[in-house]
Design a protein around this ligand. Structure first.
Ligand code: NAD
Ligand code: DAU
Length: 351
């Protein structure tokens, strides 16, 4: 049996990874460790919360003592580390919380695994889930981020993720900890927190609020359906070569303004509004400080070496996403009102 710790499993991507592992591998014991910050929401996991191979633990990865106790108590074979502060705009106003969780938290987790595994690394694996933002910004339209692209992080968020990646590799090199990493492009899909572009736009179109497009809307992002990222994480965790890094992306670049226009058109159709209604809500606002121009992932390594590929075309994925948000109004209302944080109040003691 495999006993696996997934950190950040109550968040957007983590909840899809937890669901995939709990349902696909009934023989594994899956532990979801999450602090339940504003971004953690156990409502993301109600469909699997009573499965016999699933356990939720509330805890903070910045607390080294707590992590060491937990690793001493539970014989983890693998770690899939997703817990992080993830929003670039928040990193601009509060960089230190990104240093604490993304850097210090990751090093605490590396230390806890290293101590618990005590040099006996047979069958063990520490998987760090990271972002394409560590590579900086592309300016030449023919360029893509490969696994060899030098790190050049530009925001406090990406600097903290780059630092955590370096620590993971350093533990692999120095202590021979069995590590593997992946760097993924922008995800979208169900459970996406409505501070991020796509769910924010869906919510604002629904409620006829302004659609804030930063700068001229010309920045480019490479979008991947979140379930395809979860499938890629499953692939890298099981088949990835130790010490290696895999870039994950959908070869799916969109200028922000084109994406917002497409969303407006889908939403007008779904809400029965005349075409062109929602685009009138588009409002150009002050640009994000240090806004990276373009991200684009070359995902050939994971596709060729591990056989992963995305399953959904973007238009299909976006339709599915809009349908999910429209069908899960209660989830969105609870998140936007803050009620979701009361959902689990008193249910879990801090460990
Ligand atoms: P998210 O913000 O939705 O979720 C993060 C989760 O981590 C939350 O449940 C939160 O409660 C938990 N958490 C935060 N601080 C914690 C702490 N100190 N201790 C324990 N738990 C804590 O993030 P996401 O978008 O799901 O991203 C997950 C991971 O994937 C992150 O590491 C992120 O850098 C990476 N990533 C995200 C994207 C994307 O497009 N969202 C793309 C590539 C990589
Ligand atoms: O590339 C992977 C990264 O993608 C992840 O590592 C991050 O965790 C994730 O948040 C995401 O970062 P971005 O900054 O690209 O995502 P966000 O949804 O915040 O913004 C997407 C683009 O849209 C970006 O160019 C900024 C722009 N934007 C965003 C918001 C919230 C707007 O124009 N208006 C907005 O209101």
């Amino acid at each position: 049996m495999k006993t696996i710790l997934i950190t950040g499993g109550a968040g957007f991507i983590g909840s899809h990874v937890v669901r995939l592992f709990v349902t696909k591998y009934p023989e594994y014991q899956i532990y979801n460790l999450d602090k339940l910050t504003y971004a953690g929401n156990l409502a993301n996991l109600t469909d699997i919360e009573n499965e016999p191979n699933y356990t939720f633990i509330k805890g903070d990865i910045t607390d080294a003592g707590f992590l060491n106790d937990m690793f001493a108590e539970i014989p983890f074979d693998g770690v899939i580390h997703l817990a992080a502060e993830s929003h670039v705009d928040r990193s601009i106003t509060d960089p230190m919380s990104f240093v604490m969780t993304n850097v210090v938290g990751t090093v605490n987790l590396l230390n806890a695994a290293k101590t618990a595994w005590a040099g006996n690394f047979e069958g063990k694996r520490f998987y760090h889930v990271s972002t394409d933002e560590v590579y900086g910004s592309l300016h030449n339209p023919e360029d893509f981020f490969t696994e060899e692209t030098p790190y050049d992080p530009q925001s406090p968020y990406s600097a903290s993720k780059a630092a955590s990646d370096h620590f993971v590799r350093a533990y692999g090199n120095t202590y021979k900890l069995p590590v593997v990493l992946s760097n993924c492009s922008n995800n979208y899909g169900p459970n996406h927190f409505p501070e991020k572009l796509i769910p924010l736009m869906i919510h604002n179109i629904q409620t006829s609020k302004p659609l804030p497009v930063y700068g001229k809307g010309e920045n480019v992002r490479d979008w991947l359906y979140v379930v395809d990222h979860a499938r890629a994480i499953d692939t890298v965790f099981h088949k990835g070569k130790l010490g290696d890094t895999y870039n994950i992306g959908g070869f799916n670049e969109w200028k922000n303004i084109d994406l917002v226009n497409l969303l407006c058109s889908i939403m007008d159709r779904k809400l029965g509004r005349p075409e062109g209604t929602s685009t009138q809500l588009i409002t150009y606002v002050t640009d994000r400080a240090g806004h990276d121009l373009r991200y684009a992932i070359d995902a050939h390594k994971i596709m060729n070496e591990l056989g992963w590929q995305p399953s959904l075309q973007f238009e299909q994925g976006l339709e599915k996403t809009v349908d999910w948000f429209l069908a899960n109004q209660e989830w969105l209302d609870n998140v936007t009102s803050g009620a979701y944080q009361k959902y689990y109040e008193g249910m879990y003691a801090n460990r």
